[in-house]
Design a protein around this ligand. Sequence first.
Ligand SMILES: *Cc1c(COP(=O)(O)O)cnc(C)c1O
Length: 238
Amino acid sequence: MSIADKLGTVTRRIQKATSTAGRVTGSVQLLAVSKTRGPEDIRAAAASGQIAFGENYLQEALQKIQALQDLPDLEWHFIGPIQSNKTRDIAENFQWVHSVDREKIARRLSEQRPTDEPPMNICIQVNIDNEPSKSGVPLADLDTLAATIADLPGLRLRGLMAIPDPNQPEAVLQDSFQRLATHLHGLQTNLHGQQPGATESIPLDTLSMGMSSDLELAVQAGATMVRVGTAVFGLRER
Ligand SMILES: *Cc1c(COP(=O)(O)O)cnc(C)c1O
């Protein structure tokens, strides 16, 4: 199957899951995860109308962003772990970051965001199952981190991201997705409570969850952005 065909299949899966969940058509966006794929694969997806691409590895991503500069409408999302010495390149080259899980990284991204660019769109990565040694802010620290990010001028807090272990039983996975949705709603109430009048300026509208194997469960639980790699581009070699 070509990338165009696979994209079509994924798009239909998303549409079906959206209508099964009784949600509005078009309320779930596809982020095509292009890590390990070359610029030509991204070009092929872009030719089929895909705009948003997710990358995990900075050096690899920067090469692709450079190689695809003739497609200025592409939207780049950083979704991998972030070391603090990488924040400047991320702040200068991406429109979204889904993997912010500590204050130091958030502050650096805000300071290093070019002033002639709009604020970066940020999702906080949450360690939703409190798994030891996994990325993501612990649930206990989520509210504090969210309040910090909401106040940083170079950032625009958009929502939450999680990567629950896809090998868990379906019911457990479903529960993890639903709890992430509940935390987003809690944050909407909390942040707006702390900053009366700021309600309209903080668009906490994004739940980034669901991948190739579990996007239907995530959409059922309220995902607004699914991050899909394998089902769009085929199996990765590494
Ligand atoms: C690789 C990756 C994905 C996509 O996973 P697939 O199973 O290939 O769809 C989604 N999110 C993150 C954070 C990833 O690293």
